[in-house]
Design a protein around this ligand. Structure first.
Ligand code: 4NP
Length: 153
C-alpha cells in the first residue's frame, strides 16, 4: 500500500482539503486498493475538530465529502507508516523535519514543488480565499498522482 500524508499547521484548512481532493482523485482512478490518504497538523490546536467551515463548503461545492474527518497531530511513528509526507508550506516542512527528527528524508517534501508554482499553499485561515487554495490543491494532487504512478505503480 502506498500511503500519503498531507501536513499543515492546524489540520483544519489546507491539509484536510488536500486529503479529500486526493482521495477523490484516487477513487476516480480506481486506485483505492493501492493508495491511502491521511492528513495531520504540526500543532495540537484543533485535535478532534472537523475541517474548517470554509474547507467543508468549498469541497461540497465540488461534490467532495468531508464526513468523518477530524484533526490530529503528526506523530513520530508517522515517519515509518507513510510513503510520502507532504507539507503545505515551508514552515510546515521545517516543523515536520523537527517532529520526525529527520532533516534529510526525500519522502518529506513541499506540496507545490510538484507543480510549476513552487510556492507555499496560501492559508485560507488567513486569506479567506478557499477557491484559490482549492485550485492549487487540485493541481498539486494531480501532479502527485502522476509522481506516484511513475515511482510506485
Ligand atoms: P491550516 O490553517 O494550517 O491550513 O489548517 C490554520 C488553521 C488554524 C490556525 C492557523 C492556520 N490557527 O491559528 O488556529
Amino acid at each position: 500500500m502506498i500511503r500519503v500524508l498531507f501536513v499543515c499547521l492546524g489540520n483544519i484548512c489546507r491539509s484536510p482539503m488536500a486529503e479529500a481532493v486526493m482521495r477523490d482523485l484516487v477513487e476516480k482512478n480506481h486506485l483505492r486498493d493501492k493508495i491511502e490518504v491521511d492528513s495531520a497538523a504540526t500543532s495540537s490546536w484543533h485535535i478532534g475538530e472537523p475541517p474548517h467551515r470554509g474547507t467543508q463548503d468549498k469541497l461540497r461545492e465540488y461534490g467532495i465529502s468531508t464526513t468523518g474527518m477530524e484533526g490530529r497531530q503528526l506523530q513520530k511513528t508517522d515517519f515509518e507508516s507513510f510513503t510520502y509526507i507532504i507539507g503545505m508550506d515551508e514552515s510546515n516542512i521545517h516543523n515536520i523535519r523537527t517532529i520526525l527528527s529527520d532533516p534529510h528524508s526525500p519522502k518529506i517534501f513541499h506540496f507545490l514543488d510538484l507543480t510549476q508554482y513552487r510556492k507555499d499553499v496560501p492559508d485560507p485561515y488567513y486569506t479567506d480565499d478557499f477557491q484559490e487554495t482549492y485550485d492549487l490543491v487540485q493541481e498539486g494532487c494531480q501532479a502527485l498522482l502522476e509522481k506516484i504512478k511513475q515511482e510506485q505503480l
